[in-house]
Design a binder for this molecule. Structure first.
Ligand SMILES: [Zn+2]
Length: 222
């Protein structure tokens, strides 16, 4: 389990990053909302809702559908769970590589949830659909907890002291595809391959020793 000092340091880092990222988001978020709106038009069209994204005019940004206008102005400020997620990731005590991976997975999931949320508004309000209303209502709660849930899925081992971030990465590296230094085949579990195909003694061959020097995390598999 994280110590009190580590937890406090994490919370401090989180608030600083959240504040700093929120400022550009006020501007970038407007474009993000337009991206969500344009992507949402595809499932909406399949569901039979012909839509048009409106950016100018006196009513501001929104979507026109069946003669009704659904306003999106400031939606990015109300639904800005991207910011706490980015702050959680950047405040984490993990390598840059791991942070990029967390951001890629997490931002994709958040984007999908934003599209689902927007799409569900149409059957909920234009056709009084019960299931769609449930989605719209529940996504408020889901949206608030989603950044934390995604972050936690990546970080629980570190938080509870099961594995440090470095150990998690070593474990991931072991699972990577490696090229066999003897026959050149590419596969996961290369040590098991070397032993099985080239014999136990192959581990002591010069090219294998050199390979292990370059990939020290595989030594533990011997
Ligand atoms: Zn081989």
């Amino acid at each position: 389990m994280w110590s009190r000092d580590k937890l406090l340091s994490f919370v401090g880092r989180f608030f600083i990053v959240a504040t700093v990222t929120f400022i550009p988001w006020i501007w970038i978020g407007k474009f993000y909302i337009l991206l969500v709106a344009h992507v949402s038009r595809i499932p909406l069209a399949i569901m039979g809702y012909g839509t048009e994204v409106v950016t100018g005019g006196e009513m501001g940004v929104g979507i026109l559908c069946r003669g009704k206008f659904i306003g999106l102005a400031d939606a990015h400020l109300a639904n800005f769970n991207i910011i706490p997620f980015i702050a959680l990731v950047l405040a984490s005590f993990v390598s840059k590589e791991r942070k990029i991976w967390m951001l890629m997975v997490g931002l994709t999931l958040l984007f999908i949830s934003h599209v689902v949320d927007l799409v569900a508004h149409f059957p909920a309000f234009l056709a009084s659909s019960k299931p769609a209303t449930v989605v719209v209502d529940s996504i408020g709660i889901v949206g608030a907890s989603l950044p934390f849930l995604i972050w936690f899925a990546f970080s629980w081992q570190d938080v509870f002291g099961v594995r440090t971030p470095a150990e998690v990465e070593v474990k991931r590296k072991k699972k990577r595809v490696h090229e066999c230094p003897i026959c050149g085949v590419r596969k996961v579990g290369i040590i098991a391959h070397i032993k099985a195909v080239h014999g136990d003694d192959a581990i002591h061959e010069e090219e294998v020793l050199k390979f292990l020097e370059e990939n020290p995390e595989l030594r533990r598999m011997l």
